[in-house]
Design a protein around this ligand. Structure first.
Ligand code: NAD
Ligand code: ZN
Ligand code: ZN
Length: 363
């Protein structure tokens, strides 16, 4: 492997819809840590909403100024600290994007996302340096091995995007009985359509207000029906399901109207999972959920064992998340990458290094 330099350029987000660069020392991995050569770091809707436009989170949830951004990295281990237990130099890996204390109840369940330790919970790209730089220091316990047949760009999307969706789908349970509605066809919603189909859904319906997003879903043939969101979306979905509505709905828009559609287009006894974050929703409990015996689940990211199983299943299902990447940028033009993602006229946007800059042909 090539010699590791002493310093590198990394990108951080000052919170005014711009990207800035500065020099960082390349850290030496300590006990239980590895240094990754970053290959890809994809951009998430949460990066845009909570960091890029403004710094929304507070305290331990807040983005720490000057921190290298990017919580969706994948890369190759280039150097190991002492006492590795499982991983070794050369391994291709993705990263569970929150490093937890390892000892609280949530960490013991594998949900480091909700680690309760204010001192030790640190998300990559928020409270510790993330993937928008050529190297990233990662704890061995946060790594998931990437199967040979998945690309780094596939892997980068597993933690936050596909993993989050998989968790939500497992919570509501998907099988061959189900028609599944996905509201919001950003990268998360597009992942939901793909995984729902792989898990057995026999009818998939996607809805968005954005023509660009609808076009991607259609072009990649990710849904049986793609509907423009509007005042009669619920009626259209009912018409496609014999007047009944879908058995399962996956809410990925974070929009109040999208949320209401997910609830109202679900049939009696159906299940809805809310994945889109922020904002609010107003509905009438009796007619909208209680009298129809519906259940709404909330789902936050996933646990690391499910992520490990997901990469195995992606191989079995022949699903390549990198298909959703419409634009790849080198780190020097990361500001264009964030601006594009913020504008929404795109699928998934990735900042790439080395062989991933060329990438595979996507949509
Ligand atoms: N729960 C979690 O753990 C978790 C993890 C990752 C991301 N997220 C959240 O999931 C959401 C989706 O992420 P993304 O990266 O795809 O974001 P995104 O902003 O790219 O996608 C949201 C989509 O919803 C569409 N939309 C807006 N109003 C709509 C409506 N009324 N009906 C249907 N669609 C509508 C938008 O046009 C857009 O295409 C974000 O809110 C993100 O913060 C949650
Ligand atoms: Zn994310
Ligand atoms: Zn913890």
């Amino acid at each position: 492997m090539s010699k590791i330099p002493k310093t590198m350029t990394g990108a951080y987000l000052p919170g005014d819809s711009t990207v800035e660069f500065k020099m960082y020392n390349i850290p030496e991995p300590g006990h239980g840590e590895v240094l990754l050569k970053t290959k890809v770091c994809t951009i998430c809707g949460s990066d845009i909403r909570c960091i890029y436009h403004e710094h929304l989170g507070k305290g331990p949830e807040g983005y720490q100024k000057g921190m290298i951004a990017g919580h969706e990295p994948a890369g190759q281990i280039i150097k190991c600290g002492p006492s590795m237990r499982r991983f070794k130099e050369g391994d291709r890996v993705l990263v569970y994007h929150i490093s937890g204390c390892g000892l609280c109840n949530d960490c013991r369940r594998g949900y480091m996302i909700s680690c309760t330790s204010e001192k030790y919970r640190k998300a990559y790209g928020w409270q510790r340096n993330g993937g928008m730089a050529p190297y990233i220091l990662v704890e061995e316990k946060d790594l998931v091995l990437l199967p040979d047949s998945l690309t780094y760009a596939d892997g980068a999307q597993v933690a936050c995007g596909f993993g989050t969706v998989y968790e939500g789908l497992e919570k509501i349970g998907i099988c061959g009985n189900d028609a599944v509605l996905v509201t919001g066809l950003g990268p998360v919603g597009l992942a939901a359509l793909q995984l729902a189909k792989a898990m057995g859904a026999t009818l998939t319906i996607g809805t968005d207000v954005s023509e660009a997003r609808m076009k991607i879903a259609k072009k990649l043939k990710l849904a049986d029906h793609v509907i423009k969101a509007g005042p009669d979306t619920v009626a259209q979905i009912r018409a496609l399901t014999g007047g009944m509505g879908v058995e399962r709905a996956v809410e990925c828009s974070a929009n109040d109207k999208g949320r209401l559609t997910a609830i109202q287009a679900t049939r009696k006894w159906g299940k809805i999972v809310f994945i889109g974050e922020g904002g609010t929703v107003k509905f009438n409990p009796s007619p909208d959920i209680i009298h129809d015996q519906k259940t709404i689940y909330g789902s936050w990211v996933t646990n690391i064992w499910r992520m490990e199983e997901l990469v195995e299943r992606l191989v079995r299902w022949n699903i390549h998340p990198d298909k959703l990447i419409t634009h790849r940028f080198p780190l020097e033009t990361a500001s264009e990458a964030y601006a594009l993602m913020a504008g929404g006229n795109c699928g998934k946007v990735a900042v790439c290094f080395d062989e991933e800059l060329k990438g595979r042909k996507s949509c």
